[in-house]
Design a protein. Structure first.
Ligand SMILES: *Cc1c(COP(=O)(O)O)cnc(C)c1O
Length: 468
């Protein structure tokens, strides 16, 4: 049975359900399986044609130990993926000879975060129910992740969600995606302040042991291992659909916090024949620079038309480093100590060689991103969102050197979410899907609070059902 260890080696070993409910390990590290389970070639081939929920349950089963029985797990994946608007959940679309787009945006908020979040929420609720406990989720958001969390947790009995966003500093669509959930367990707080104020309050709440314990604070951000596991599934299903394991293929992944592309690394470790994992970044190219120079160096974030990839630090990269350093936790502690002290670290020669054998990285400027949207529309009649466009841009770079290996480019958001970027690139607007029609007229519900940690903590304590 898979047990979980921290990348920094100084936290207790845990089972899946504890990793699911916890956030960071107590030593500041990230939980990762002690060893990766393997999927036999026959089992990979058998995924072709299976309904997505069944494939998902089969791939995730070895990770969960006895946290969920096979029937229970299948019931959870079926519930999670019934919320998707496309029957295949994650369909493939061919846009040129060797290039396929994997559409991950058919969930309720039109972004790939739904794929993992819809399952994570149900797993959490299930474990809490069995333990007779409730939990509280608090997040700070400028938009997309918050909406995915709300859609995933709304109406669940065991979890209350509190989301902080900067008052009058998010777009109307972003705000409405958060404020129109009518469910009693969803609370949106418009903070009089900036996104940084919201994030600072959130950090302090997580540091406050007394608050954390009293409300049963749980984390759903992208370092949660269950999210990574849920994301390995579509690497397998898309590869099986294209002939794996008999045929090797590559993936190009629009990358921010490194969760999505790490799931590709996990799939490869589990036995999927992956030739190359192509990291796509926008102008915030820390990962592309790191692979070229061996030096991971944090700079200022530049805002782009692909905002979900505007990051300084890719948290999940620590999990890849752990593998690249032969799972030597002492090395990881040294690297992360250096990152904290001087905002940079150098990757050793051997681990860097291991990373570069498996990954390559390409960044797309703003102009290149727009040009890719235009080119793909012109050549294939297909509209990419700006995040997916960075992925296709990087995919073409790889294909120019390796045209024989089929390439799957992950499309992480629906183009209708970024109408200005699309209009600028191809001169037409993408309509929102029908089920978004009532977003602009549905009643909104939110509370405006001053940017004061004590006020926010009291607001949460007064409403969280986990408080006994
Ligand atoms: C979150 C997000 C990404 C980046 O994914 P990571 O797992 O953080 O690397 C890319 N595209 C979109 C649309 C996203 O929402």
């Amino acid at each position: 049975m898979v047990r979980y260890i921290s990348t920094r080696g100084e936290a207790p070993e845990l089972a899946f359900d504890d990793v699911l409910l916890g956030g960071l390990a107590s030593d500041g590290g990230l939980y990762t399986p002690r060893s990766y389970p393997c999927l036999e070639p026959g089992a990979i081939a058998a995924l072709a044609g299976l309904p997505y929920a069944q494939a998902s349950a089969a791939i995730i089963a070895p990770f969960v130990g006895d946290a969920f029985g096979a029937d229970r797990l299948l019931a959870l994946t079926e519930a999670a993926y019934s919320s998707f608007r496309h029957k295949a959940v994650a369909p493939l679309v061919q846009i040129s000879d060797s290039l396929f787009v994997l559409e991950l945006f058919h969930g309720p908020t039109l972004a790939f975060k739904d794929v993992a979040m819809q399952l994570l929420s149900r797993m959490m609720n299930d474990v809490l129910e069995r333990r007779g406990l409730r939990a509280t989720i608090v997040g700070a958001t400028s938009g997309d992740t918050g909406a995915a969390a709300i859609e995933a947790f709304r109406g669940l009995d065991r979890v209350d969600v509190f989301l902080l966003y900067p008052h009058e500093r998010v777009s109307e669509v972003q705000r409405r995606q958060m404020t129109t959930a009518a469910d009693a367990n969803i609370h949106t707080i418009a903070l009089r302040g900036t996104f940084d104020d919201a994030q600072a309050i959130l950090k302090n709440l997580f540091r406050d042991e007394d608050f954390r314990d009293s409300v049963g604070l749980a984390g759903v951000n992208s370092i949660n291992w269950a999210r990574i596991v849920a994301q390995t599934v579509y690497y397998f299903t898309s590869a099986a659909a294209l002939g794996a394991p008999a045929r090797e293929l590559s993936f190009a992944v629009p990358t921010g916090n490194f969760g999505d592309v790490l799931a590709g690394h996990v799939a490869k470790r589990m036995g999927l024949p992956v030739r190359q994992l192509v990291i796509a970044t926008n102008a915030n190219d820390i990962l592309a620079r790191s692979l070229t120079t061996g030096r991971y160096e944090v700079r200022a974030v530049a805002p782009t038309q692909s905002p979900s990839m505007d990051i300084q630090v890719s948290s999940n990269f620590e999990r890849l480093l752990f593998d690249a350093y032969g799972r030597d936790a002492r090395s990881i502690r040294a690297l992360m100590g250096s990152l904290e002290q001087s905002r940079a670290f150098s990757i050793g020669e051997r681990p860097l060689a291991a990373i570069c054998a498996e990954f390559e990285a390409h960044s797309a400027s703003e102009d290149e991103t727009s040009a890719e949207i235009a080119r793909t529309y012109r050549d294939a009649g297909y509209v990419l969102d700006p995040h997916a466009a960075t992925g296709v841009h990087a995919a073409r770079r790889r294909l120019s050197r390796d045209p024989a290996t089929p390439m799957v480019a992950l499309a992480t958001a629906h183009p209708a979410k970024f109408p200005q970027a699309i209009e600028k690139a191809i001169g037409r607007r993408m309509p929102l899907p029908d089920h978004f029609a009532n977003l602009m007229s549905a009643p909104e519900r939110f509370t405006i609070l001053d940017s004061d940690e004590k006020l926010v903590a009291k607001f949460i304590r007064d409403r969280a059902r986990a408080v006994r």
